[in-house]
Design a binder for this molecule. Structure first.
Ligand SMILES: CC(C)(COP(=O)(O)OP(=O)(O)OC[C@H]1O[C@@H](n2cnc3c(N)ncnc32)[C@H](O)[C@@H]1OP(=O)(O)O)[C@@H](O)C(=O)NCCC(=O)NCCS
Length: 161
């Protein structure tokens, strides 16, 4: 079941986001719990960051932001992860199928996202959902722990509209 994130989710979101197997693929470098407000607060305030519960426990999250104006039929997916201890059980697949169905019902006909070129697991996952590689943003991503830059792959999914 998905619901909008609440302030009480701060610790659980931090623990998933900053896990060593998750943080390399999200938007911010590792940081302390005290500093995490600068990540969590904008997600909360966006009004489009959701947590996904399984048996009453938060097991994943994602952000689905609708564009405005002439791109109002488009949503951008980001900040997506599943709790490390629960990966490989189909939770992300269930979470995304639910999210995509909701977006389609809301009139979204295009969903877009970016994924790092060195994240084969997520790339396989998105392609299985039907996302298509549309282009590459070269050297668009830099982890503090890396010496080099990483390409961002742009993926899109079209629904009949
Ligand atoms: C990518 C991620 C969300 C997948 O979550 P998950 O719950 O493990 O995924 P699922 O169990 O639903 O698997 C969905 C598909 O992902 C792929 N996948 C899952 N585990 C995989 C693995 N170990 N190796 C390769 N592909 C894998 C498969 O296509 C799988 O389909 P299948 O179950 O039919 O084989 C999760 O690994 C994660 O949180 N990673 C760290 C954060 C991240 O990379 N986020 C994406 C940012 S763009």
């Amino acid at each position: 079941m998905r619901r909008l994130v609440a302030p009480t989710d701060f610790d659980r979101v931090y623990d998933i986001y900053m896990h060593e197997s998750v943080v390399p693929f999200l938007g911010f470098d590792p940081m302390t719990r005290e500093a995490f407000g600068k990540v969590f607060d904008p997600l909360f305030e966006s009004g489009c960051f959701y947590v996904y519960e399984v048996d009453g426990e938060v097991m994943g999250f994602y952000k689905a932001q609708r564009h405005v104006g002439r791109a109002a039929h488009v949503a951008y997916l980001g900040t997506l992860a599943v709790a490390p201890e629960a990966q490989g059980r189909g939770i992300a697949m269930g979470m995304m199928q639910d999210a995509l169905a909701r977006l389609q019902r809301a009139g979204i006909t295009r969903v877009e996202l970016t994924v790092e070129a060195d994240n084969p697991r997520a790339i396989t996952f998105y392609e299985r959902l039907g996302f298509v590689h549309e282009g590459t943003q070269r050297a668009a991503y830099k982890r503090a722990s890396d010496t080099g830059y990483v390409d961002e792959l742009m993926y899109g999914l079209l629904h009949d509209g």
